[in-house]
Write a protein that binds this ligand. Structure first.
Ligand code: AMP
Length: 179
């Protein structure tokens, strides 16, 4: 049985969503299959077992599902990175680029301590704008961002290179062509 082929088959592709030309890689089908969900989390965790990862950071909203499971498995804390205005305590924020325009993401100002070893988890890296914002936010607070981990890479959009340019290795479980 080929693990990655099985996981690929668990991802549903929805053409022209949310707009024409986009192939939306829907992981809700993967999350809904007990074995696929477990395998995806195990694969994300595997390089970091025993590596003293202190926190896992996840981006709203699919990064919460995967990142929460990865944090539990690593006995690490979890840092939610959210869209502006959602977190109740004092926050630090950063602007990040979207396909059209910019937005802001935030985390609590006390979510991470200087030198803490953190991995970032999300479902998919496309242009890398979202992950770049999250890595910069964590690094500005003094975190040691050890890696950024995604289930899916869309390599044509160059996101992984953007993150590696920040000194953060990228690990992805599968790639899809196109956007
Ligand atoms: P980006 O900032 O361009 O790397 O976009 C990453 C975020 O947008 C991730 O949180 C993804 O969930 C979402 N995303 C971007 N493109 C797609 C796609 N083709 N299919 C599913 N989700 C996507």
């Amino acid at each position: 049985m080929n693990l990655i082929a099985d996981l690929r088959e668990a991802v549903r592709t929805i053409p022209d969503y949310p707009k024409p030309g986009i192939q939306f890689r829907d992981i809700t089908t993967l999350l809904g299959q007990p074995q696929a969900f477990r395998r995806a989390v195990d694969e994300l965790v595997q390089p970091w077992a025993g590596q003293r990862i202190e926190k896992v950071a996840g981006m709203e909203a699919r990064g919460f599902i995967l990142g929460g499971a990865v944090a539990h498995q690593l006995s690490a804390g979890f840092i939610p990175i959210r869209k502006k205005g959602k977190l109740p305590h004092a926050t630090v924020s950063i602007a990040y680029s979207l396909e059209y325009g910019i937005d802001e993401m935030e985390m609590h100002c006390d979510a991470v301590s200087k030198g803490e070893r953190v991995i970032l988890v999300d479902d998919l890296i496309a242009t890398g704008g979202t992950a770049e914002g999250a890595v910069k936010l964590l690094q500005q607070q003094g975190a040691d961002v050890v890696a950024a981990c995604f289930v899916i890479d869309l390599p044509e959009l160059g996101g992984a290179k953007k993150i590696e340019a920040l000194g953060v290795p990228v690990r992805t479980l599968m790639r899809f062509d196109g956007h």
